[in-house]
Design a protein around this ligand. Structure first.
Ligand code: 4NP
Length: 157
């Protein structure tokens, strides 16, 4: 199994959309038995909550249901369980690198390193903005998870 964890701050906006978009591509590619995905937040505030309604609506418009997801906080054993621990922005990347054991630092990187748009950049936090922010985030993460799946197909399976 190749296991991928998407990580943002609250685990209610960006990483749930990334997880949903990635799972959808994995299923389309018939790789559901080989590649798995989850998401988490670096912060504790929204643990147990479903994704933000605006994110659920955005994903649904793209044919993807993320309503079953529930927020959780990153845990120490995530760094051993997951092959890819992908931060949505550089703040969360720094938090993850501080928490990851030395031998697994290389599992931690930015999601947008796998996209062609804004390589190495941040997925902007849409929480305090309007619905357009969620659509922009969806398009950005969708491009990156496409690149991620291609990378996994070429390197891991
Ligand atoms: P996310 O967005 O990190 O994309 O889930 C946020 C959601 C909530 C908060 C911050 C970011 N918050 O501070 O409550």
């Amino acid at each position: 199994m190749v296991q991928v964890l998407f990580v943002c701050l609250g685990n209610i906006c960006r990483s749930p959309m990334a997880e949903g978009a990635f799972r959808h591509l994995v299923a389309e590619a018939g790789l559901g038995n080989i590649v798995s995905a989850d998401s988490a937040g670096t912060g504790p505030w929204h643990v147990g909550e479903p994704p933000d309604k605006r994110g659920q609506a955005t994903a649904a418009r793209h044919g993807i249901n993320i309503g079953h997801q529930r927020a959780r906080q990153i845990a120490a054993d995530d760094f051993t369980a997951f092959d890819y621990v992908l931060a949505m922005d550089s703040d969360n990347l720094q938090t993850l690198l501080r928490a990851a054991p030395r031998e697994h630092q290389d599992r931690v990187t930015l999601l947008l390193n796998f996209g062609s748009a804004d390589k190495g950049g941040d997925v902007p936090d849409p929480y305090y903005g309007g619905p357009k922010g969620f659509e922009d985030v969806f398009v950005l993460v969708h491009g990156a998870v496409r690149g991620l799946l291609r990378h996994i197909q070429q390197n891991d399976i």
